[in-house]
Design a protein. Sequence first.
Length: 338
Amino acid sequence: MSDNVNFEKIIKTEKRKKWLKTIAVASAVTVIVGGSLFYAVHKQLGRQMVKQAAKQQRQFNIDDLIASPNIVSTSQYFSMTKTTQSTLKSDREKNIDGYRVAYPEKNVTFNTHGIESASAQAPNMYNKNPATKEVIARNRQSQQKEPLFFNVKYERAYQAAKDKKALLEPSISTHEAETLSQLSNTLGEVAITFDKRYSYDDIRQMIPENVMINYYWLGIHSDKLDTMSAAGSYIGLNASDDGTGKLTEGKAEKNEFLGYQGLKSALKQQSGQQTVNNVDIAKDGQKQVSKNLKTAKFAGVIVTGRTQNLAKLDNQKYTFATNVGVTTPIMPYQEPIK
């Protein structure tokens, strides 16, 4: 009887050992599989975040080249808030005749699927003169005044429609440069809209030597975009920051866009990215680019300099409209470029 009892105890003990071993093995497998799965998922998410980071930075670089009128990025950096969320930021500034004026940062927050939020780039528009329908544009963050260009085709279509008593949004072209004569010891920024498109070489010859060419505006091909709609959607190139007003022929590679050739390539890749009033901004720009910089034409420029020199720009025969941007006082310890 005693042997039977001992035998039953031995069987129960062995069963308990096997059961515990099974649980241990199952637990180990669960940990290993779970850990491997977690690692695989984490690795995949990491790859997606790296891909999105590269995509957003590439877009920033394209915008810096073709869609930043006298706005220069001084740095770019990432700030990770979560494993699957990060923010790309860009510090920016304006060159006002050699003076560096701070401009609001640009930022975009993204996850593994794409953009979550981004800083607003289009300026706020306000009525400047209700009687003449003129407007003033200000940066949403800093409330700095933004220089505006005018669509000559739209303005002339407006005038033709007005003559025929057809309905169209009111014209708002301005001549603000002349008002700067009242502002002494100050540097300013002025957007000049030409009466027609001029070649790169012609522009460098016809702009007075006492102002600095900072930016060349490609213009708008469509006659459907009015000034308010087009604000914040300008396509063009920033000039060198040494006061010479030079552009470069540049090149276009897979992840690098430089100069005029970079602008052409970037516009092709930007098709469908931004549409205003049913006008694809990139496709509109493509209709105005030429083979190279020698044959390139532009519809306007942003210039900077002393206010007494800028005020005379409204008297130039090529000036269709002028609009003032940022102004900053001249300091005794820093001489302007011009």
